[in-house]
Design a protein around this ligand. Sequence first.
Ligand code: ADP
Length: 495
Amino acid sequence: MKDGLIKVLFAASEAAPFAKVGGLADVAGSLPAALADRFGVDARIILPNYSSVAGSGYELKRISESYTATIGKKSYTASIWEICDYKIPVYLVDCPELFHREGIYGPDPASGYRDNLERFTLFSQAVMRVAGGSGWSPDIIHCNDWQTGLIPAYLRMEREKHGSALQGAGCLLTIHNLAFQGDFPKSKIKVTGIDRKLFPWERIDFYGKLNLLKLGILSADRLNTVSSTYREETLAGGETGAGLEDELRVRGEDYSGILNGIEYGDWPPVNHRYVEVSEGGSLAEYKAANKRALFELCGFDLELLDAPVIGMVGRLTYQKGMDIMLEVLEELMERGFLMVALGSGEEKLRARLSEFEEKYRGRLKVDFSFNEPLAHLIYAGSDFFLMPSRYEPCGLTQMIAMRNGTAPVVSDRGGLKDSVSEFDPGAGSGTGFRFEELTPDGLLRVMDKALEVYGNAELWDKLRENAAAADFSWERSAERYLELYREISMGFGSR
Ligand code: ADP
């Protein structure tokens, strides 16, 4: 680290706007840029060169010769590319055989590619190659989730080597969702090339399987997850601990919780591509224009414009509590709510949603595609944003909804607890509604409470104003990452 300028290589399996499946992409696309912008960190992103990257509209240039990567018994041709003209440097690991595919993790959201271990082993080794190359060398490699779980182990191996360029480099692993762990058969350990003396099987065994997240947790210099409450929940074990609570407990104070931020443009978001805006207009006008646009897009009856609309954007999974919502959907419709739900996910949930859409045509719209314009119109045009998540490491969608003056109704879990404050009609404070009891009854009760506030124009305006004024920009959280980087760096003396 020279002149206090810290160099960070941010390794992630997705980063917006180049490749996106969920919240990790939002964070990887915005946190390194916020660190560079606000604190002068020399932050660079590295991700695989999926087919989607070419479609993002940026020019790409190759910056390395082709090389042969031997992963297990197979050899692949790979090279390193760079994206031109993004806010900060973005490196791409190019390996057409492994990454030029339609999907990021699998052919569809429910299944992974059979060669995911080979794919992310090649990616992780390429990250080490870039980090240890002759040009730029990072002080910190910031890893994210299981796809990068091998990197902390490789770094430990590298630091054992005399004269390695990475001898002084440190490593942070951020856990965005402990439930996704990268489990593979024990027999596949050879594929990874990890040093079996440094990492004997007894240490890394996870119920008879190789588990890349566990390996990362054991070997990273520091760990964090994306909210304080989720950190506590994971340490408490149970469903949220996902079998890794003991490994996390062992890390003690090395494991911290930092709430994610979102990218904030100006308000109203005049430059936004997808939503209706009138410069200088009020929040109420912004909401009204977008609600109308949402109605038109969904084919809803315009006579119902005064009815409360619930928006949902997110993976249709057990984690997100979609099944709990489905249990009460008919009752919500009876109470006069309209709903727009966008998300890809489980077939069973999709089938039930489609049945309901048929029944409530004109008042319920579902869409199972990955559709960014619709997502933004839902954030901007809905009245409520519903997230009955069973667990939620951070959740970004409730923050985006609030930014758009949409009141979140969320379970009292993880990052939802840390980002949504309960609306108090007496004090006029708070940004949304939280519910503790994750049952159909609990959900109906909170929706009734929300409906009451919706029916009182003054309170409703106040709630929307509070939600839109809440600040989830990266400012505070980026500074905490910077502190972590510094602590890690100091742990290794001067470089
Ligand atoms: P996750 O657990 O999936 O990472 P987050 O709330 O952290 O959930 O982030 C989800 C991100 O993905 C948000 O930016 C959201 O707008 C986006 N998203 C999720 N599903 C869809 C979809 N079907 N179409 C468009 N965007 C989506």
